[in-house]
Ligand binder design. Structure first.
Ligand code: AMP
Length: 286
């Protein structure tokens, strides 16, 4: 496994791989790898010849009061896991090489960030779109894999790739969960054992919503009110948002007639968790 830590070397290596007629599959991450990340690597390996994994905690997507400085890190363990997973190249730039002095250029997607996490985290998707653009220009992938766990992020990246004519196929990958249903996340490392039931309330809310929609409930605010009450029963939970929205535009849906996405963000004490699920009415349900 190769480890490349600077931009120029990664670009040269990408050019070389392409000159051999090989395809590059890319999995961008912020590290502290878990099985969710590994599932993306597996998907990428099936798509392209050479798998590049990036590990970079992107300062541009963190707000001033967020957890950039404390974001969990263990690069030695990440490299071990990547090697076991037969990753070909790990790209680990430092923040000074990606954002040099006098950095000025950002990528801003217009509408999709005006929903869900974008409302609670101003500038977040500008930071994401910018770093992903930069990484695409450095790694030069044919394929890039992103998790459905970050549903809005995947939508923003797809829009950006379409609008800016990136010649890259974006592959979405399903959310991996712990046995109890909690979506895997690097931030789960912040949770204490006592906070775990509160953290699980996100998944339980999604399952409840999925089941009642299947049984014919169409009223989105009724569902949101019901699951909000469930979540609020756990101490230390603070709901950032719960939304039932159109899977493409992310606009709120009032009456559920076809498949929608339920997305939510909840703080458990200081740990902000997100999750989502597709809710599909069962048209044959009597
Ligand atoms: P992160 O390191 O949190 O920025 O995530 C890197 C990539 O892994 C993103 O495309 C995420 O959507 C994806 N990811 C994070 N958690 C999961 C999960 N539980 N299952 C599948 N993909 C995930």
């Amino acid at each position: 496994m190769e480890i490349i830590d600077n931009v120029k070397d990664m670009q040269l290596r990408a050019d070389e791989i392409r000159s051999f007629g090989k395809t590059i599959a890319f999995v961008p991450t912020m590290g502290f790898l878990h099985k969710g990340h590994l599932s993306l690597i597996e998907k990428g390996k099936k798509a392209g010849d050479i798998l590049v994994l990036s590990i970079f905690v992107n300062p541009a997507q963190f707000g001033p009061n967020e957890d950039f400085d404390s974001y969990p890190k263990n690069i030695a363990r990440d490299l071990e896991l990547a090697e076991k997973q037969c990753v070909d190249i790990v790209f680990t730039p430092d923040k000074e090489s990606l954002y040099q002095k006098n950095y000025q250029t950002y990528v801003d997607v217009n509408d999709l960030p005006n929903h869900l996490c974008g409302l609670c985290r101003p500038g977040f998707f500008k930071g994401v779109a910018t770093v992903v653009t930069k990484l695409f220009n450095i790694v030069k992938p044919h394929y890039a894999v992103f998790g459905e766990k970050d549903y809005q992020q995947l939508a923003v990246i797809r829009q950006m790739v379409k609008d800016l004519d990136f010649d890259i196929k974006i592959i979405g990958s399903p959310t991996l969960r712990e046995e109890d249903g909690l979506a895997m996340s690097s931030r789960n490392a912040y949770l204490t054992k006592e906070q775990r039931p509160a953290a699980l309330s996100l998944y339980n809310a999604l399952v409840k919503a999925r089941d009642i929609v299947k049984k014919g409930e169409k009223n989105a605010s009724k569902i949101i009110n019901s699951v909000s009450m469930d979540i609020k029963k756990y101490k230390d939970t603070q709901i950032d948002y719960i939304s039932i929205c159109d899977p493409y535009t992310l606009e709120d849906v009032d009456i559920i007639e076809e498949s929608v996405v339920m997305a939510l963000a909840v703080k458990v004490k200081t740990t902000r968790l997100i999750d989502n699920m597709v809710l599909t009415p069962d048209l044959n349900y009597i």
